[in-house]
Design a protein around this ligand. Structure first.
Ligand code: SDX
Length: 429
């Protein structure tokens, strides 16, 4: 418990609120008893000053540009680890031994296929449906195919649901891509690692052999790692709120995918690349920067800014390195989009507006350039983000579900509507 507290005076009442000290980050003021003792709500739209839960999974320091997963810095994990090992770390709290890792990877590999009847489920969508629409629908439908892992009170079922989601999201995302381009679904292969399997399911066709380029597979794996988890962001908070009602894990993850789709969140990677294409050439950058600065224009530079990072997004730094490697490998280092992106970053960071508002490239700024160079259409950028973030969502879901203090989330409001009034018959209106 806490030996620190804050005193709040409301009218003639003085309320003492406990203060908790975390292992890292700012102190937390416990207001759980505020309404009962003070008959007032707090007011914090967007939750800019609100800790909605306690967690041991991911820590972010926005001023230092620090991102830790179970204490390990993201740049070290991106450099030395790989996505399935990071999945293990997020799920179980420690880096695995060689035996534990092999067992985990085998379990994931053995769950990569989807129920054959799910193929029919895709047939109900128009071919030109956005892959995120398909992903939300099919992942939500998983609860109709995997009944034996929907009981959240059964630890074994929770574990199986987590493995199934991590294992099957690449297969479902690849199926959504293949369906949208009219190509046949490609089954997962157990002889390929996670990232290579995804690339194979996306780009191989029955008509010819497809060899996965190991450098592209490494870049793909690194993109997954950089998107794995990110504290209590909008989509993770959506998953937590959905799971607080006792909804099954597949429904909760489908809710997270729906939230991630928005251009202010995970949809920014698609929006960012579309912005770079709209800018087109370096000489048009000042025009777009002026629009982003114009108070009367709601236009924003996609891929810039972050609710928490106020100096730099450590993921963007690593992503930029990957972009250089991939474009050099593909012999497109003079990619016009990358030229525009680098010049846009240079001009924006030199502009007082962006410096004052602490707007820097975020994780979405460079990822789209890599994904486009790999051959993905922009519509697949957010499904790839969702595929990678599934482990973060399900790790946070597991942490919340096993918390004995879990209560259904139920925020209140600052009501500004009409006070009680009598119904008026239509003849008198
Ligand atoms: C992700 O939360 C997470 O962790 C998310 C994420 C994750 O891993 O889960 O990191 C992934 O979502 C990254 C963010 C991707 N989104 C974008 O790139 C979209 C463009 N960025 C913005 O929409 C915005 O920066 C947000 C939504 C990311 C953050 O917005 P905030 O913190 O709510 O800040 P704000 O909207 O209050 O803006 C503060 C000021 C405003 O100006 P004033 O009203 O104070 O004059 O900065 C301006 C904004 O107009 N501003 C921008 C801007 N972002 C903010 N101006 C121009 N371009 C931008 N991109």
């Amino acid at each position: 418990m806490s030996n620190k507290s804050a005193k709040l005076t409301i009218g003639d009442k003085e309320i003492e609120l406990p203060i908790y000290t975390p292992t890292a980050g700012p102190d937390v003021l416990d207001i759980t008893k505020l309404y009962a003792q003070g008959d007032v709500f707090t007011y914090d739209p967007g939750f800019t000053s609100t800790a909605a839960c306690d967690s041991t999974i991911t820590f972010i320091d926005g001023d230092k540009g620090e991102l830790l997963h179970r204490g390990y810095p993201i740049d070290q994990l991106a450099e030395k680890s790989h996505f399935l090992e990071v999945c293990y770390l997020l799920l179980y709290g420690e880096l695995p031994s060689a035996t534990e890792l092999e067992d985990f990877e085998t379990r994931v590999t053995n769950h990569t296929m989807v129920h054959e009847q799910m193929h029919n489920f895709f047939r109900g969508f128009r071919r030109d449906a956005h892959p995120m629409a398909t992903l939300v629908g099919v992942v939500g439908a998983m609860s109709a195919f995997y009944h034996d892992s929907t009981d959240i009170n059964d630890e074994w079922q929770r574990e199986v649901a987590a493995i199934r989601l991590i294992a099957k999201l690449p297969t479902i995302a690849a199926m959504a891509f293949k369906y949208s381009i009219g190509q046949p679904f490609v089954y997962p292969r157990n002889d390929l690692d996670y990232a290579s399997n995804f690339l194979h399911m996306c780009f191989s066709v029955p008509a010819e052999n497809y060899e996965v380029n190991p450098i592209l597979a490494r870049a793909m794996d690194r993109i997954f790692t950089l998107h794995a988890d990110h504290e209590q962001n909008a989509s993770t908070s959506t998953v937590r709120l959905a799971s607080s009602s006792g909804a099954n894990p597949f429904a909760c993850i489908a809710a997270g995918i729906a939230c991630l789709w928005g251009p202010a969140h995970g949809g920014a990677n698609q929006a960012c690349l579309e912005m770079l294409k709209e800018i087109g050439t370096v000489d048009r950058i000042p025009e777009f920067i002026a629009r982003a600065k114009d108070k009367n224009d709601s236009y924003r530079l996609m891929g810039f800014g972050h609710r928490v990072y106020k100096n730099f997004d450590p993921r963007a730094t690593v992503m930029k390195q990957s972009a250089d490697e991939v474009l050099e490998l593909l012999g497109v280092e003079d990619n016009p989009l990358l030229q525009v992106a680098m010049e846009l970053e240079k001009q924006a960071l030199a502009d007082p507006y962006f410096a004052e508002k602490k707007l820097f490239p975020n994780v979405d700024f460079y990822s789209g350039i890599i994904l486009e160079a790999m051959g993905f259409p922009t519509s697949m950028f957010t499904p790839i983000f969702a595929l990678a973030r599934t482990v973060g969502w399900i790790s946070q879901w597991k942490e919340q579900i096993s918390d004995p203090k879990l209560k259904i989330g139920r925020p209140r409001q600052l009501y500004k509507g009409e006070t009680a009034r009598d119904y008026v018959d239509i003849e008198k209106r």
